[in-house]
Design a protein around this ligand. Structure first.
Ligand SMILES: Cc1cc2nc3c(=O)[nH]c(=O)nc-3n(C[C@H](O)[C@H](O)[C@H](O)COP(=O)(O)OP(=O)(O)OC[C@H]3O[C@@H](n4cnc5c(N)ncnc54)[C@H](O)[C@@H]3O)c2cc1C
Length: 479
């Protein structure tokens, strides 16, 4: 007996998915498994989006190390199945490099006290206590990242460990960054809790985002997306090196998309559409154009961009850390990782590599600096930090990653909501993913959003429940 899906499959590219990162691929996977013929369009040569792994002369690296953590057992099982059980359990050990000293990250009270000395430590604790007293008598709402961290850790600790790093990541002052980012990352943690746990038997307990172990595919995070693509390929089509350049709509339905590849421009009609490309771009690509206020909201939402400089080193191993955070504003990059500490298969025998993250905007001089200048500067800074000797570096590669982080300034929610409400009128369009929903999603959240959209579409077509995915509600609930 033919199902509703079979009938539609013969008439259309039943589901058209915009973007082949974890969210788009997870949606495509779920729809393919349900029997839908899926067409997925990806602008890059390879799928994976921000969660792809680059291969370079025997070295492999993520665009900033991507650990996989999820509290969703079903999703974890799906990832295990996709990777045929090949998933490493990696111990996390990260440090903050400040004034030539390594501090534990997450900050541990004993480690911080031993390195900061009695005077600074006393000031930190006194500041924290006075903040607690102040809060008891004056009710204040934390709006910005600065408000939130000062309330939870006191001003001295904020200035020492959080201010410079957060401003490096976001490129705007901490009183302009929405508290959501830091509040979600270190939910449940405060100096009070850290002091209590440091001196209690539960000292080793950590909150989820700072967990001491994580999962990692042996050949890099990109293995997950490659595995999802292989499953879609069996029944659907994934077109890479193809950019969506237009979205046609009428009567509150998306009718077709216009794409551009090496062969030219063409249109693809569809019945259901899932978009994981940046929310701001979707609005710009709409034909007919959305109202001016929607275009304005999209123009005022920004993404932070990223440059990844990877240097190849003639040494077995350089560090023993998962990540090294570098808050110092005089050093141009913010984070370093050595992929070999995540999986031994990420570098050839006897050699290693360091992946260095520069947070920036496309308008910054650093974005247009030459690859040679960026590589030379990276090696010089790493050498001055005492991490390597310049003579050990024999190769490098520079990658520019646009739209790496949705920028959560203190009034982003209104603009995001205004766009989402406008797009909500399209009854056959689902928004998914980090850029697609403008949410601070990790890989697991992005995949969940894709699967939820696929399930909503399947339910719609089966006529079981006429639902849309609760885009904003899902995003807000994240930790
Ligand atoms: C530096 C860094 C470190 C991170 N670390 C972690 C970590 O440790 N753990 C973790 O779980 N997550 C981590 N993340 C987050 C993770 O990368 C994202 O959550 C995830 O990749 C989001 O998936 P997505 O599909 O929503 O979006 P994306 O990965 O951004 O995918 C969107 C896709 O759409 C494509 N696209 C855009 N425009 C077009 C167009 N016009 N036409 C066609 N295709 C288009 C893009 O090329 C891209 O492939 C990190 C992110 C960054 C930047």
């Amino acid at each position: 007996m033919q199902t509703a899906m079979d009938v539609l499959n013969t008439q259309f590219n039943y589901a058209v998915i915009l973007g082949g990162g974890p969210s788009g691929l997870a949606a495509g996977y779920a729809l393919s498994e349900a029997g839908s013929n899926v067409l997925l369009i990806e602008r890059q040569a390879r799928v994976g989006g921000l969660a792809r792994t680059i291969e370079h002369h025997g070295f492999r690296f993520d665009l900033g190390g991507h650990r996989f953590i999820t509290g969703n057992k079903q999703l974890e099982n799906l990832v295990r199945e996709i990777l045929r059980g090949e998933l490493l359990e990696v111990d996390r050990s990260s440090k903050i490099l400040l004034d030539g000293k390594f501090y534990d990250y997450p900050i541990t009270v004993r480690n911080a006290l031993s390195r900061l000395g009695l005077r600074k430590s006393t000031r930190i604790v006194a500041d924290y206590l006075s903040e607690q007293v102040r809060r008891r008598f004056t009710k204040t709402t934390a709006i910005s990242l600065e408000d939130w961290v000062v309330q939870h850790f006191g001003r001295s600790l904020f200035e020492l460990f959080f201010k410079e790093y957060s401003e490096k990541v976001w490129g705007v002052p901490c009183d302009r960054i929405a508290r959501e980012w830091v509040a979600r990352r270190i939910k449940g943690l405060s100096l009070g809790v850290a002091i209590k746990t440091a001196f209690s038997r539960a000292g080793s307990q950590r909150v989820r985002t700072l967990s001491s172990q994580f999962l990692y595919p042996p050949l890099g995070i990109g293995q997950i997306c490659d595995g999802l693509k292989a499953r879609i390929d069996k029944v659907g089509q994934v077109m890479t090196d193809t950019a969506v350049i237009g979205i046609n709509h009428a009567d509150n339905r998306i009718q077709s998309i216009i794409v551009k590849d090496a062969g030219g421009v063409q249109g693809y009609p569809g019945y259901e559409f899932i978009s994981s490309i940046p929310l701001t771009l979707v609005v710009q690509l709409m034909n007919p154009q959305p109202p001016a206020e929607i275009l304005q909201a999209a123009a005022s939402l920004r993404f932070r961009d990223l440059i990844v400089v990877t240097v190849m080193i003639n040494r077995e191993r350089v560090t023993d850390q998962t990540w090294i955070y570098v808050p110092d504003s005089t050093i141009p990059f913010g984070r370093i990782h050595e992929p070999k500490n995540w999986s031994a298969r990420m570098a050839p025998h006897g050699k290693t590599h360091l992946v260095v993250e520069y947070f920036c905007f496309k308008e910054d001089d650093i974005w247009t600096a030459t690859d040679t200048a960026l590589a030379q500067r990276t090696v010089r800074e790493l050498s001055e930090l005492g991490i390597l000797e310049p003579e050990e570096v024999y190769d490098s590669i520079v990658l520019r990653v646009p739209n790496a982080y949705p920028l959560f300034d203190v009034d982003y929610i209104e603009k995001q909501q205004c766009i989402v409400e406008y797009l909500d009128r399209f009854t056959n369009l689902e928004l998914v993913g980090r850029g697609g929903q403008f949410e601070y999603y990790n890989t697991d959240h992005a995949m969940e959003s894709g699967i939820a959209a696929a399930e909503a579409i399947i339910a719609r077509i089966d006529g079981t429940v006429a639902v849309r995915t609760p885009v904003l509600a899902a995003g807000r609930a994240r930790t």
